[in-house]
Ligand binder design. Structure first.
Ligand code: NI
Length: 415
């Protein structure tokens, strides 16, 4: 692909050739990391691998905060300069790998099925490039290797520990992160201003009735029938309670209740997930669900126990930062390489917590090889991060930091 920013870095080579230089080692690292996947907050071996790479590069890192001991936060460049944060997630999933790759997971029931091994390798590759051009860097780059993206809210813990406000390393002016995306062709980069990913709240509703013999329903209060009515009523949160131009998902993924075909049980439960793209809709959906479930409970003369488990907020890109990513990507890879993401995805990301604190943008990187019609999706046991996307990811991360000052004028702090 075309790389236009053949900037001289003052270290005897341009950035693009430095990216080419570091990429093979990062491919090797990615495959090494792929073999020992660890899940939320258990990433001790993974953290040791990352710190080993940073040690090798001569990059110092901060002591990990006690609430996230497997996090690694490092800075390259003068901490007095404007700070730009770059984040990679490092955790794996509780899935048994089915890729058959030579470097497949060696830990049963654990797998890098979301490509966080690729994100980590890309950020380490960027670190290697930054280290080579450290003296000419006009920003301080803050590298965040974050644990527990998959459900553990590692980002929230790091935000609480001060990673965005200057208590844990310098306060960044902006933050950028990326995710490999199987639905986007290799070599392409996509994002959008505003919402990119959804909130990820979960809920459970238990209907407490009165158990009885299946032949004498009038002697009890049937929670199974209430549950069925509730599932149907919840469909109308999207179709009747939400503005049709807004995107909302309400999915009931589990129904439990009952022990035998001829017994009406005392309780039955539905559980599911609710996805929204704005804080306002998120609140409205929760209220609509409570109201509808309470109505169902009243109609069926059963009690309702409703639990709303707050997940990640929506991931909302700062419009100016999404514009910045677009311009940097076009300049770096050529105009055709940037694909505006037409619509958000209803998946979620804890990158959202950083974006609540500082401006920034989350970007999707194409993984699907040309001509391939069978690119396994994220969280699929056959998924594997495409190593050919590593140079793109490394180059993008590097460019986002190195083009900051030039594109934001003389006073980046005023952005
Ligand atoms: Ni992921």
């Amino acid at each position: 692909m075309a790389r236009k920013n053949r900037r001289n870095d003052g270290a005897g080579g341009d950035i693009a050739s430095l990216v080419t230089q570091v990429s093979p080692a990062m491919r090797t690292f990615r495959r090494q990391m792929h073999q020992t996947p660890e899940v939320m907050f258990e990433e001790h071996q993974t953290a040791a691998l990352i710190r080993g790479q940073l040690d090798r590069l001569g990059v110092a890192y901060l002591p990990a905060p006690s609430e996230a001991p497997t996090a690694t936060i490092a800075c390259i460049g003068d901490p007095q300069l404007p700070c730009i944060a770059l984040r990679a997630d490092i955790d794996a999933l509780p899935i048994t790998e089915a890729t058959g790759a030579a470097y497949a997971s060696t830990i049963p029931g654990r797998m890098h099925a979301c490509g966080h091994d690729g994100h980590t390798a890309a950020l380490l590759g960027a670190a290697a490039v930054f280290k080579k051009i450290e003296r000419s860097l006009d920003v301080c780059v803050k590298l965040i290797f974050q644990p527990a993206e998959e459900g553990g809210g590692g980002a929230e813990r790091l935000v609480r520990a001060g990673v965005m406000d200057g208590r844990l390393g310098p306060k960044p002016l902006a933050i950028f992160g990326l995710h490999g995306w199987p639905g986007i062709p290799l070599g392409k980069v996509a994002t959008r201003p505003g919402p990119l990913l959804a909130s990820t709240d979960n809920f459970s509703a238990t209907f407490v009735g009165k158990g009885t013999h299946g032949a004498f329903p009038h002697l009890g209060r049937d929670p199974i029938v209430a549950t069925c009515a509730a599932v149907l009523s919840l469909q109308q949160v999207v179709s009747r309670d939400t503005n049709p131009v807004e995107s909302v998902v309400v999915t009931v993924g589990r129904i439990t209740g009952g022990t035998a075909v001829n017994i009406i049980p005392p309780t039955a439960t539905i559980e599911g997930t609710a996805r929204t793209l704005t804080h306002q809709t998120r609140q409205a959906v929760q209220e609509a669900m409570r109201r509808r479930l309470a109505g169902v409970a009243m109609t069926h003369d059963v009690q309702l126990q409703f639990v709303w488990s707050e997940g990640y907020p929506p991931t909302v890109n700062t419009p100016e930062m999404a514009d910045y990513v677009r311009e940097v990507a076009k300049d770096t890879f050529g105009a055709d390489a940037f694909v505006p993401a037409a619509a958000p995805s209803m998946g979620g990301e804890d990158f959202a917590y950083y974006l609540e604190k500082v401006p920034g943008c989350f970007t999707l990187i194409g993984l699907c090889p040309e001509g391939s019609t069978d690119c396994p999706g994220l969280h699929n046991p056959s998924f594997d991060f495409n190593d050919d996307a590593l140079p793109v990811a490394i180059q993008l991360l590097v460019s986002l930091a190195t083009q900051w000052t030039q594109r934001s004028g003389a006073s980046p702090a005023k952005r």
